[in-house]
Design a protein around this ligand. Structure first.
Ligand code: SF4
Length: 348
């Protein structure tokens, strides 16, 4: 039997991986419930699990944990940023996000670093180190849950370090484990996967019919501008991405979810709002507007007047929007800022 991490499995994949043990679906669910649902490292006393099976699972199954290297609490809001170290010494970050109701969501990383080099993103400046495994994603959520007994963790958003669709299989597996009733017990529609627009993966994701919310981080409708901001955009046409999101919406229902990192003088014009209106005419859109956080100073936040002008133009063009508060600025927990600690402790 190949060694495997036990927290990288759904009940079905666990039973398949350890098929020689002949685990029934019920027993496989009990094992996942023990190591993910109950967040424990032992298999003692699982009802009906034979000693031979328990020994084989422990012998071939890894149960190591991530190490919390640092946790920074924001002084201005209830955000917490975690710096994790995995078993190979690689480091990555996770953010605990307070929701309006007394609940938390967890912004998880899917890669160590990122290869896509978006111009306004600190992670992109790190470069790519490796993909995270499913258990390393699940463990980020378990750790926040374990350390936050005061509020339930009800949501997960794949918007930390990395492009989730460049680590597709592990991200989908982690989402399945987090949704499973014997695993993380989250609702599928409370798990959100955010992509900068890897077109073939959006199509695949739509075809596979997953229940998780998909957000396309569009940020500009102008092909040249978008390619400057997000180099991967050179590969995929904006109109094709819009079409793929329309197809996704038609299959899944609900609005087309888009994200827009707002940058002064870059993507706040009425021309962008008009083009959004044209690309998505006839479908409901929910555009999350996020103020840029660029510690290099190359990109600046829009002032109130500029932002209001853009939001009004969105409304005039039939584009629904929400302003997303990108919190924890004092601990560099805001969107696009997950890199400082990994670079060697430059966190304030
Ligand atoms: S915005 Fe996302 S995809 Fe782009 S460099 Fe940053 S982490 Fe990677």
């Amino acid at each position: 039997m190949e060694p495997t991490h036990l927290r990288s499995h759904t009940p079905l994949s666990l039973a398949t991986h350890f098929r020689d043990l002949g685990l029934s679906p019920t027993l496989a669910r009990r094992v996942v419930n023990r190591v993910v649902g109950e967040d424990r490292d032992d298999l003692e006393g699982i009802p009906g699990l034979p000693r031979r099976a328990s020994d084989a699972l422990q012998g071939h199954g890894d149960l190591r944990r991530l190490r919390v290297v640092d946790r920074r609490r924001s002084a201005v809001d209830p955000f917490v940023k975690y710096l994790f170290e995995s078993v190979d010494g690689r480091r990555f970050e996770t953010v605990r996000i307070p929701l309006e109701k007394p609940r938390f969501s967890v912004c998880v990383s899917s890669q160590v670093g990122c290869a896509l080099a978006c111009g306004f993103c600190e992670t992109g400046r790190l470069g790519f180190e490796r993909n995270l495994e499913a258990w390393e994603i699940v463990e980020q959520v378990l750790t926040v849950r374990r350390e936050s007994p005061e509020r339930p963790v009800t949501g997960v958003v794949f918007q930390g370090q990395g492009e989730p669709f460049q680590n597709y299989d592990a991200v989908i597996r982690a989402a399945e484990i987090l949704r499973d009733p014997s695993g993380g017990r989250l609702r599928g529609d409370r798990i959100t996967i955010s992509t900068v627009g890897l077109l073939p993966m959006i199509e695949r994701y739509t075809d596979e019919g997953h229940p998780y919310r998909l957000i396309l981080s569009l940020t500009s409708t102008d092909p040249e501008k978008r390619a400057r901001l997000l180099p991967v955009a050179r590969r995929y046409d904006v109109a094709d991405l819009a079409q793929a999101m329309r197809r996704h919406q038609a299959r899944r229902g609900g609005p087309v979810n888009l994200a827009w990192v707002l940058m002064s003088g870059v993507n706040t014009g009425a021309d962008e709002a008009r083009e959004l209106g044209r690309l998505f005419r006839g479908v409901k859109v929910r555009l999350s507007v996020i103020d840029v956080n660029d510690p290099t100073g190359e990109f600046e936040r829009a002032g109130d007047e500029e932002r209001s002008g853009f939001l009004n133009a969105l409304a005039e063009n039939g584009i629904g929007f929400v302003r997303r508060y990108s919190g924890g600025p004092d601990i560099h927990a805001a969107c696009g800022m997950l890199a400082s600690a990994a670079r060697g402790g430059a966190v304030v």
